[in-house]
Every structure is written in structure tokens, then in C-alpha cells.
Design a protein around this ligand. Structure first.
Ligand SMILES: Cc1ncc(COP(=O)(O)O)c(C=O)c1O
Length: 397
């Protein structure tokens, strides 16, 4: 059972604001902030390098915590600046060549889709989009068919899209990928900390995610999982003196673990804070948080049905805590601004076509309001959001 009072007591931000932008950056719990600040203080007293030397054991612990979160091994984890850098480091290291086909979903994030197009231009790969089934998630039947093309080299898609939508059936996708002998790169940026993730069950070869969203860690940190066997065969697109060692003036050796995808300098305080955030999430329990997030999201979706002109825009058999909607006659940006101006500020965000172009174009949408709930949110907070939306709906656009 979740102790919501405890979760809220750990989250000082809830005293001031109602935060439904957990898909952007969540509110950090106090134990996480404490770890970050404590290390910054140590840096001011000892010096940055000297403070890092004191934290060697704790830093190693961060890899073990992340590995536990996704049921991987610590040597399969790299910790980098953000989810995009994690994803890029893996994607640009794959030996994709002319004629290779990459399969993705309509829900793909533009930050990943642009690199597909770049490699299409640079190396002659081809990107193909898996159609959706009637519920709006990846059609497994279509994927099965598409995998018959022997040029297919990679399936790469997000577990949960940035603008809401389905939780993709990744275990079934992973099984199909393994059967076909195709690599599976899973962008779990919106999933980590929100839904239980087990890379053994999913069968993905690579997974990427970030600290600041549903894991509630500090900004500027993300992580990459690369299955050990694959990791040994991938040569990172960028190397430095952390990911490799210079042996002679003519030779170097790349390190064997996933840290071959890291670079030397990093924000040590943020990395430690990220570890604390993962430990916090694991201590609270991902399963009960996921159940609560789904309950709160359903409560919000049901409430939206009573708001005049509101349309929930989420699809899929399993829906996440990211609730996307539009309100007739009111632009999402204006709604966001109105809510921010409430006596008790309500944070939501806006997702525009540019970040999930394929999905938004397919559904004829320019932008949606994105209200993303987390386990520490309450029904009472959602009621305040719904009341505020009701007032906005009553005003003329
Ligand atoms: C699905 C998805 N993938 C990747 C990213 C990029 O994450 P980051 O900003 O940590 O690089 C985001 C960010 O919103 C996202 O929603």
C-alpha cells in the first residue's frame, strides 16, 4: 500500500503548486534534493575532484540501483547527460548500412525520428512506420508481416509517447524482434519510474531513459542499457579517455562495459541524486505507483467527460499517466497559461505536433494539453484542475 501522506510530505513542492507536468520534469522528493545538495557542499569544501573521490562507492551504487530498476546488470548501464544523448550514443553506434530497414511507431519522438532521417540521407537506411491496430497501438499483425522483409535490422520505438497515448505492448514486440533476429531499441523515457520495466521480459537489446521525469531525479542525467553481448560488438560513435584507453601513440582499447558510451566529465551531484531517486522509487514500489498513476489518470479522463467541449485524446488498450486533451475554442497554450495563473498554480504542459509529428498529423491535431499525473498527486488536486477547466470552458475563446 502506498502512503500518499508520506509521499507528499517528502515533496515540498506540493505545498505551493499542483503539479501535473511529471512527464516534463517531476517534483523531486526531499531525500533526492538532500543528496544533491550534500554533494555540492562537499565540492565547495573539498574541491570537485576530491569530493568525487570520496563518493566512489556511492557512484558505483548508482549503476547497481539503475540495473535493479530494469532487471539488468550494473555493467550493462551507462549514465549520461539525458535520454537523448543515451539514445544517440546507441543508435549512431549501430552498424546500420545502405538498404537496412528501421521500423518505428507512429508515436515516435521527433528527437529520435530526425536521426533516422539523417542516417537515411547519410547511409541509405530506410525508415518504415508500423501501422496501429484499431485501439491505436502498434499492430502486432502488421509488425509480424513487416519483419518478413529480411532487410529489417532494427525496431525502435517509445514505450510511452511524449504526448500521451498507448503503453506499447513491448513484451510482444520484443518476442517478435527476437524471433526475427532483429535488434530492439526501446525509448523508455516516459516509462521509467512510471511502469514496471524488466528488460529480460521485454527482450529489448537497448533501452534509454531519463532521471527528471517519472523517476523524479535531478535534471541533466539519463541512462542507457545495452545488453552485454551486444555491447561488446558496438563501437561507440564517440570515444574519449574514459570510454577508451590510449595504449601507445598508435593504439587504443575500448572499455568492455556499457560505460564505453559515457564521457569523462559529468555532474557528479546530479548523478548521485539520480541514484537516490531510483532508490526512492524502488523503496516506494514501482508496481503500486503504476496502479495509482493509472487510477488517477482514469479519474481525470472520466472527469474530462463532464467539461463542456473537452476531448480526451489518448488511445491504446493500456493508457499511461499522461492525459492529453483539447478544449473546443481554446488553444492548449492559453489553457496552460490560464491554469498557471490560478490562485494555486496548476502546472500542465502542451505537446505540439513538432514533437510527435506522425501521430499528431495522422489524428489531425496541432497541439494538445498534457496533464501528467504521478503517484503523489491526489483526486482533490484533479478536482481543482477540472473545476478550473470548467471555468475556462465557460469563457469565450
Ligand atoms: C518519448 C521521449 N523520448 C525521449 C525524450 C528526450 O528525453 P531527454 O529530454 O531527457 O533527452 C523525451 C522527452 O520528453 C520523450 O518524451
Amino acid at each position: 500500500m502506498l502512503d500518499i501522506n508520506r509521499l507528499r510530505a517528502d515533496t515540498p513542492g506540493v505545498e505551493e503548486i499542483i503539479h501535473f507536468n511529471n512527464a516534463g520534469a517531476s517534483l523531486m522528493p526531499e531525500p533526492v534534493v538532500d543528496v544533491v545538495i550534500e554533494h555540492l557542499r562537499l565540492e565547495t569544501r573539498l574541491g570537485g575532484y576530491e569530493a568525487a573521490a570520496r563518493a566512489v562507492a556511492e557512484l558505483e551504487g548508482v549503476y547497481r540501483s539503475v540495473a535493479r530498476l530494469i532487471n539488468a546488470r550494473a555493467e550493462e548501464i551507462a549514465i549520461v547527460e539525458n535520454a537523448t544523448r543515451a539514445w544517440d550514443m546507441a543508435f549512431y553506434s549501430l552498424p546500420l548500412k545502405s538498404g537496412d530497414v528501421v521500423l518505428t511507431s507512429t508515436t515516435e519522438y521527433a528527437g529520435n525520428y530526425i536521426p533516422y532521417l539523417q542516417l537515411q540521407r547519410q547511409r541509405g537506411i530506410e525508415v518504415r512506420v508500423i501501422p496501429n491496430d484499431p485501439q491505436g497501438q502498434v499492430s502486432l499483425a502488421a509488425l509480424r508481416q513487416m519483419l518478413k522483409d529480411k532487410h529489417t535490422a532494427l525496431i525502435s520505438l517509445p514505450l510511452i509517447a511524449t504526448n500521451g497515448g498507448p503503453v506499447q505492448p513491448v513484451e510482444a514486440i520484443g518476442a517478435l524482434a527476437r524471433d526475427a533476429g532483429v535488434l530492439f531499441l526501446l525509448d523508455a523515457c516516459q516509462g521509467a519510474g512510471q511502469v514496471p520495466i524488466d528488460v529480460q521480459k521485454i527482450g529489448c537489446h537497448i533501452l534509454t531513459a531519463t532521471s527528471r521525469k517519472y523517476l523524479r531525479g535531478p535534471r541533466g542525467v539519463g541512462f542507457l542499457y545495452v545488453e552485454n553481448d551486444l555491447c561488446q560488438t558496438l563501437e561507440p560513435a564517440f570515444l574519449d579517455l574514459h570510454s577508451a584507453s590510449l595504449l601507445t601513440p598508435q593504439t587504443f582499447e575500448i572499455r568492455r562495459d556499457a560505460r564505453r558510451f559515457e564521457n569523462w566529465e559529468c555532474n557528479v551531484a546530479a548523478k548521485l541524486g539520480f541514484g537516490a531517486a531510483v532508490d526512492y522509487a524502488l523503496a516506494v514500489g514501482i508496481e503500486p505507483m503504476w496502479a495509482r498513476i493509472q487510477g488517477l489518470a482514469d479519474y481525470l479522463r472520466t472527469g474530462l467527460q463532464q467539461v463542456n467541449g473537452a476531448s480526451n485524446r489518448d488511445r491504446g488498450a493500456v493508457r499511461s499517466g499522461i492525459v492529453s486533451f483539447t478544449l473546443d475554442g481554446h488553444a492548449p497554450r492559453q489553457i496552460q497559461q490560464h491554469l498557471a495563473a490560478e490562485a494555486r498554480r496548476i502546472n500542465v504542459s502542451m505537446s505540439s505536433a513538432g514533437s510527435t509529428l506522425l501521430d499528431m498529423t495522422e489524428r489531425g491535431l496541432n497541439a494538445v494539453v498534457r496533464a501528467s499525473v504521478h503517484a503523489y498527486n491526489t483526486e482533490a488536486e484533479i478536482d481543482l484542475l477540472l473545476e478550473a477547466l470548467d471555468r475556462i470552458a465557460r469563457t469565450r475563446a
